[in-house]
Design a binder for this molecule. Structure first.
Ligand SMILES: [Zn+2]
Length: 275
């Protein structure tokens, strides 16, 4: 059914249905319709195609770049601190010719020396075949190639913690649950390491507590998850000199997510013990 037809049906329903219970149903229907239409329209406008050159082999092809920032509506992604565009598979760039892959924010950030290094990295068995667009390559293959490439760069624990959370999120979406679990175990280990390392955690405990709690939750350890998330929700994020960022915006975001997550976990806990 077309969107116009759906909307006409909705208007007709308003005229016909007058009793209170029906009005409540209509409200639900309207919200559902609004959500559906806005999601559809967003999907049409959030990415645009750009013809760009691969920094390794100079092959030219289309890459999808976000037109504007989109609010992440997937609550489970928010709990893992994975946000748009990394909730979408378009954000993992790959060259269809040489298969070089990386997250879109650092795909083009390679110097000549590193290009030589990339050419020696063994990616056999991944993204095998010819592809018209990088979107035709499995996002899990793109991430596995990116992981091999990143291992040849000098990247810190914070990078890896974020990268593993993105991998866990994308692998789970593709039903690779065991791999998602392994990535979350790695992200958890790193968040715990950063939590006790003052150079990372001074002023930023709230963030690492929340990540730890989130990883515990998705690894089916709800009691530990609740302890960490609740603690995170009570802390204040003040940032530190290691990271340049909008501290107030980050504090607002972490407070919103951790409070919502704590309520969710408490509700799950109460439901479990009332059974
Ligand atoms: Zn290439």
């Amino acid at each position: 059914m077309s969107y116009v037809a759906l909307f006409v049906t909705f208007i007709n329903d308003i005229r016909i249905n007058r009793c209170k219970s029906e009005q409540i149903e209509m409200k639900k229907y309207f919200l559902l319709l609004f959500f559906f239409l806005s999601t559809f329209l967003n999907a049409q406008t959030e990415w645009k195609k750009e013809n760009l050159k691969c920094p390794v082999c100079r092959h030219e092809q289309y890459y999808y770049v976000p037109v504007h920032n989109v609010v992440t509506i997937d609550i489970e992604a928010q709990y893992q601190l994975v946000f748009f565009p990394f909730t979408q598979h378009q954000s993992v760039f790959a060259c269809t010719k040489c298969k070089y892959s990386a997250l879109m924010d650092d795909f083009f950030n390679v110097d000549t020396n590193f290009v030589k290094k990339i050419e020696d990295i063994d990616i056999s068995g991944l993204a095998v075949g010819r592809f018209k667009s990088y979107l035709d390559m499995d996002v899990t293959d793109r991430l596995l190639i990116a992981e091999k490439i990143y291992k040849n760069k000098d990247l810190d624990d914070e990078f890896w913690c974020r990268f593993y959370r993105i991998c866990a999120y994308q692998f789970e979406r593709e039903d690779y649950d065991r791999e998602a679990e392994e990535y979350r175990e790695k992200a958890l280990e790193l968040s715990q390491k950063m939590l006790i390392d003052r150079s990372y955690s001074e002023g930023r405990e709230k963030e690492f507590l929340l990540i730890s709690g989130s990883m515990f939750y998705f690894l089916n350890e709800p009691d530990s998850a609740y302890t960490y998330v609740r603690e995170a929700s009570m802390r204040t994020y003040t940032g530190n000199s290691r990271k340049v960022e909008n501290v107030r915006a980050k504090e607002n975001l972490l407070t919103r997510v951790s409070q919502q997550f704590a309520v969710h976990l408490r509700k799950e806990k109460l439901e479990y013990y009332s059974k």
